[in-house]
Design a protein around this ligand. Structure first.
Ligand code: FAD
Length: 447
């Protein structure tokens, strides 16, 4: 007899991760309340990509992806810093055919609104409730009671800390991050495609590509261009060494920076993209902090998710996807198929499947900060003359990200916990015998 039961879940934080887990858990039959500290001015005005390993869950959850007005990426292009000529290109032409789902590029505000509608609107399960102006101050881990700064005190069966890189819940469950400001700084700016065209500049939106200038030779300098809003907006992440401008303590909401500050680190940058940056609007710093992996991500009936659990540098474009995967894992672990009523067991498996996978991406993202050849996709473009990686067998590959079967991973770990036999030919969610382009074969001795 199944001992599944419906839970009252409190989600702390209403960002991309919080909305995603609300969708997954309401669909699994639970009653979800999201507590957000702000009054929801919403997400910031920049792009966010969603590769197939994230997109698959949006489909699974029946999210109306058209609301996010994405650009479907066709290529990853790495360009020469000075000339703009392509150095390394990773074609995504067969991406959907191989992986079943496309590589989307969203505008963050649109993606957030799309997820929010799915979490709170009509659909499978009870719509989640959103309570704004609820900043979590403390949690009694024994009774799962949350204390908010506005004085409210609410008890739940399960608490998910989706409160971002500065997570309060993380501290409450006893984790003190080992962290340091990155040696790299980032300014973000937006360029309207129509403005660029009007001025006779290159229309980069036509490439439908995630484009990178630089990132080779161990340098921190890199320009990352992503088209979003159906190609109407070009979102530029501009990286440079911290010694050329330190924004590590600046908040996103701070005043826009002057364009001269954006251009100053780039005297030698390809003039075509430089001209784009000259007309950049909403120039804002993006704080970059490097966190070592945490020893655990759950305690009692409370767990962490997304940036609260594994903040990472942005260089694999996987932070939001990892938050979505976390949400998917909780949705499955608490669904009728897998949840036996034992919350501690479900959260132990959550940690076992999520921490190693997210840590691998987190480490690869730190390496790709100064070497674009470590970035998923480019990581296997070995014929490029400037190709050089730390350890060819350790590079992160698209296969690992997209051939991953979360059901199998959960079943393997649950079988071990429950003392049952697991017979599937999958190891940690990857098919045994799968040959990765980095030379590793899943399940082979020493792999
Ligand atoms: C420069 C840069 C570029 C990036 N580009 C990409 C990309 O292309 N693709 C990708 O996949 N990822 C990208 N990421 C990463 C991605 O943005 C994050 O991983 C993702 O948004 C994390 O979502 P989250 O919900 O965990 O955290 P957040 O989005 O930070 O949400 C946390 C929420 O919790 C709320 N909150 C905080 N504290 C409390 C509290 N005490 N009580 C209640 N609420 C609270 C906050 O107000 C916020 O709404 C990028 C990151 C950076 C820095």
């Amino acid at each position: 007899m199944s001992s599944w039961r419906s839970l009252h879940v409190g989600v702390i934080g209403g960002g991309i991760g919080g909305m995603s887990v609300a969708i997954a858990l309401r669909r699994a039959g639970h009653t979800v309340t999201i507590y957000e500290k702000s009054d929801f001015a919403g997400e910031v005005g920049a792009s966010v990509s969603c590769a197939a390993n994230g997109t698959r869950w949006l489909h699974e959850w029946n999210v109306d992806i058209a609301k996010g007005d994405p650009v479907v990426l066709k290529k990853l292009i790495n360009r020469d810093w000075k000339t703009g000529e392509p150095v390394s290109v990773y074609d995504l032409d067969d991406y959907e055919k191989r992986w079943g789902y496309v590589y989307n590029m969203f505008h963050r505000q649109y993606m957030h609104a799309m997820l929010k509608d799915s979490a709170l609107g009509e659909g499978e399960g009870v719509p989640a409730t959103l309570k704004v102006n609820h900043r979590c101050r403390d949690i009694d881990l024994k009774t799962s009671t949350v204390v908010f700064e506005n004085g409210e005190v609410i008890t739940h069966d399960l608490i998910v800390g989706a409160d971002g890189i500065g997570s309060a819940v993380r501290g409450i469950i006893g984790i003190t991050p080992e962290k340091r400001a990155s040696d790299q700084s980032c300014l973000h700016t937006n360029v309207k495609t129509e403005d660029a065209i009007r001025l006779g500049l290159v229309n980069y939106s036509e490439d439908s590509a995630l484009e990178y200038w630089g990132g080779q030779e161990g340098k921190w300098d890199k320009i990352v261009l992503s088209p979003c809003n159906g190609g109407e907006l070009l979102s530029y992440y501009c990286f440079f060494p911290r010694e050329k401008g330190d924004y590590s303590t600046q908040a996103w909401g701070a005043e826009d920076r002057p364009v001269e500050e954006l251009l100053a680190p780039y005297p030698e940058l390809d003039r075509q993209v430089f001209e784009h940056l000259k007309i950049g609007a909403e120039i804002k710093p993006w704080r970059l902090w490097v966190h070592d992996p945490y020893p655990y991500i759950q305690s009692g009936n409370t767990c962490l998710l997304g940036d609260a659990a594994h903040p990472m540098m942005p260089h694999q474009s996987q932070g939001a996807c990892m938050a979505i995967e976390d949400a998917a894992a909780l949705g499955l672990l608490f669904d009728k198929r897998y949840f036996s009523g034992d919350i501690a067991q479900a959260l132990a498996v959550y940690e076992e499947i999520r921490l190693p996978r997210a840590t691998r991406v987190q480490e690869a993202a730190a390496k790709a900060a100064y070497n674009i050849n470590e970035r998923i996709g480019f990581s296997v473009n070995k014929d490029v003359p400037t190709y050089q990686v730390e350890d060819a067998k350790k590079v992160l590959t698209i296969e690992e990200m997209n051939a991953y079967d979360m059901h199998k991973d959960i079943e393997e770990k649950l079988a071990a916990k429950r003392g049952t036999t697991y017979t599937e030919k999958f190891l940690c969610g990857l098919p045994v015998g799968l040959e990765l382009p980095n030379g590793i074969t899943i399940g082979a001795v020493g792999a």
